[in-house]
Design a protein around this ligand. Structure first.
Ligand SMILES: Nc1ncnc2c1ncn2[C@@H]1O[C@H](COP(=O)(O)OP(=O)(O)O)[C@@H](O)[C@H]1O
Ligand SMILES: [Mg+2]
Length: 236
């Protein structure tokens, strides 16, 4: 049973009289990691939020292969800056399990295991707010992955982190991918896109300029805009 593909049909998001996304059509397949690449302001976050259902489009539809309520239970979202609640790390990771009906004991045991996997065992009883930036993002990832989602959306999850935290997080993501979680990640970081992507959707000014296998994209994108972005020119 799979919730993919996800199909976006004629999606448009207008804010303050301006079209910030679309119209775009996109099919997210049940295959390797999809990276949504583009400069700041291109509409990457908006696109991911529409996919996950936390931004309502002005026009168009998003369709999963199963009813929405079912699809909602099999996906998670990691924000650029983690949202913090006044909970301990362990409670935070256990929460998605308890709301899905696990007993507190089962949820805590699984959460402890998940914290171990991301290297945060020693911090399980600390409040999330006292953790470092990298630790907070690893905690957000542990929480997102604890339910073994079929699809994980990530909005520039390492944009404000140092190299070491970035490497650790990418290793956690690679592990999740190899265990059956489809990654859909927004980034403006070319190096990260090269390391992670199987497929690139290149976004500029709210439009999908190219959507192609990563190997083709990096071998030579079709559009001048993507070529310029790849060369490191400032594209807007
Ligand atoms: N709620 C909003 N109201 C008005 N403009 C917005 C809103 N959210 C985003 N935007 C604008 O839409 C554009 C795309 O934003 P965003 O999706 O965050 O791009 P990206 O993630 O690629 O940087 C930007 O120009 C941003 O300023
Ligand atoms: Mg963004």
């Amino acid at each position: 049973m799979t919730i993919l593909p996800l199909t976006l049909d004629g999606i448009e998001v207008r804010r303050a009289g301006r079209t910030i996304l679309g119209p775009v059509d996109l099919r997210v397949e049940n295959s390797g990691p999809l990276v949504v690449l583009g400069p700041n302001g291109a509409g990457k976050s908006t696109l991911l939020r529409v996919c996950h259902g936390i931004t309502r489009p002005t026009a168009g539809s998003t369709t999963w292969s199963v009813p929405r309520a079912e699809a909602d239970l099999a996906q998670a979202f990691v924000f650029q800056t983690p949202i913090l609640l006044r909970r301990t790390a362990l409670e935070k990771v256990a929460y998605p399990l308890t709301i899905r009906g696990d007993t507190k004991k089962t949820a805590r045991a699984r959460a402890a295991q998940m914290l171990e996997e991301v290297g945060l065992s020693a911090m399980s009883h600390l409040r999330a707010s006292v953790l470092s930036g990298g630790e907070k993002q690893k905690l957000a990832l542990a929480r997102a992955l604890v339910t073994s989602p079929e699809v994980l959306f990530l909005d520039e999850p390492t944009a404000s982190l140092d190299g070491r935290s970035t490497r650790e997080i990418e290793a956690i993501l690679a592990h999740a991918q190899s265990h059956g979680t489809k990654l859909v990640m927004a980034t403006h970081d070319l190096g990260q896109a090269r390391r992670i992507a199987a497929h690139i959707t290149f976004l500029l000014n709210g439009q999908i300029v190219e959507s192609t296998p990563a190997a083709d994209f990096f071998a030579g994108p079709e559009t001048a805009a993507a070529q310029a972005f790849l060369k490191g020119d400032i594209v807007e």
